[in-house]
Design a protein around this ligand. Structure first.
Ligand code: NCD
Ligand code: ZN
Length: 345
């Protein structure tokens, strides 16, 4: 039995750090476990250009001074991205890619795109400049059943975009279906996907376990068991196209426990312990290192970290709530026992 792992400091390839008082606390949670993280641009005022990304970078660095933590910034895909701006993005060592939200699909996405095709002229320039495109892969048509929105997005939009721009690196974010795992596996090595802990842990029953569970609500929404099993299988398969992205997305408890609760699950404080727990429960702990410290870095053409993180098998408990700013956040697996602890060495 493996009781200790020492791995290169992992990368969180999909993270929401928010702003203000929330940013100050949650950025430190991430920095204590991860060496780098790809920072999502969906702030209330989205990060739509290089200059906003650089200021946000400085703010994150200010709050994480006592850690070796490198935020990898993203730009919110918008129709104003002209060649000159794309060249600046490509040249910036602080910016890693461009994140595309179909309009209205999730938190702060109302400035997103209505049709993927309207972004094709920008995809063409991104392909040329080799700037990765990160996609929230769900259709925004509210007539489509919410459990089918990822599958339909792949069928209607993603397959076509990948054909039109075969050299464009695309990351399908937070995959939640068997269909997504199949698409990624069958496509060229320009296509990869991030996987969250919640999509590995739960199927959609979790949303209604003894009552309505707002803290299990995220987008893409949890799916049937067959989909969870396919995503789990992809994560522990050792296939380099699948790598860690927590999608840790804090919302205050009052905004989740509401008549119209926000989508997003907070996991940053114990993310690595939770992934270790999941891989271990599925007899795949030896597959964790590449999933969290190598495959993502390789896809984004980054060197692996020289810093180390130690994971030890020992009793641990996820807190029931975390005090953040002037409110509480209820984390993933709140109050539950886990068997792994992290420390920096
Ligand atoms: C995220 C958020 O709250 O910013 N929410 C979520 O449910 N995952 C946005 C996102 O990644 O969809
Ligand atoms: Zn996200």
């Amino acid at each position: 039995m493996i009781n200790e792992l020492i791995i290169p400091k992992p990368d969180d390839m999909h993270l929401h750090l928010r702003e203000g008082g929330m940013l100050k606390i949650v950025s430190q949670h991430s920095a204590s476990q991860f060496g780098r993280a790809i920072i999502m641009p969906n702030l209330k005022k989205p990060i739509t250009n290089t200059s906003l990304a650089h200021s946000y970078y400085d703010e994150i660095k200010k709050h994480t001074k006592s850690y070796q933590f490198k935020p990898l910034m993203t730009i919110y895909f918008n129709e104003g991205l002209a060649l000159e701006e794309l060249k600046k993005i490509e040249a910036s060592s602080k910016i890693i890619g461009i994140k595309l939200y179909p309009k209205g699909v999730t938190t702060n996405s109302n400035k997103g795109l209505d049709s993927l095709q309207s972004g094709y002229n920008i995809f063409e320039m991104m392909e040329e400049l080799d700037i990765p495109l990160l996609i929230h892969g769900e259709v925004n048509d509210t007539n489509v059943d919410i459990f089918d929105r990822e599958k339909i997005f792949i069928e209607k939009h993603l397959i076509r975009a990948h054909k039109e721009f075969p050299k464009l690196r695309i990351v399908l974010e937070h995959i939640s279906t068997k269909d997504a795992t199949e698409f990624v596996k069958e496509s060229s090595n320009k296509i990869a996907a991030t996987i969250t802990p919640q999509h590995l842990l739960y199927n959609r029953n979790e949303l209604f376990l003894g009552g309505l569970r707002p803290h299990a609500f995220c987008l893409p929404v949890l799916k049937r068991e067959e989909h969870r099993l396919a995503v789990l299988d992809a994560a522990i398969s050792g296939n380099p196209k699948f790598f860690l992205g927590t999608d840790s997305a804090p919302h205050k408890r009052s905004e989740k426990e509401s008549s119209c609760g926000c989508a997003g699950i907070y996991s940053a404080l114990n993310a690595m312990e939770i992934y270790a727990e999941i891989f271990d429960r599925n007899n795949a702990i030896e597959k964790l290192e590449n999933f969290c410290s190598k495959f993502g870095a390789d896809f984004y053409k980054l060197n692996q970290s020289k810093e180390k993180l130690k994971l030890t098998r020992s009793k641990n408990k996820v807190p029931t709530v975390i005090k953040i700013d002037n409110g509480d956040v209820v984390p993933l697996m709140a109050g539950q026992d886990i068997s792994w602890n992290c420390s920096n060495i």
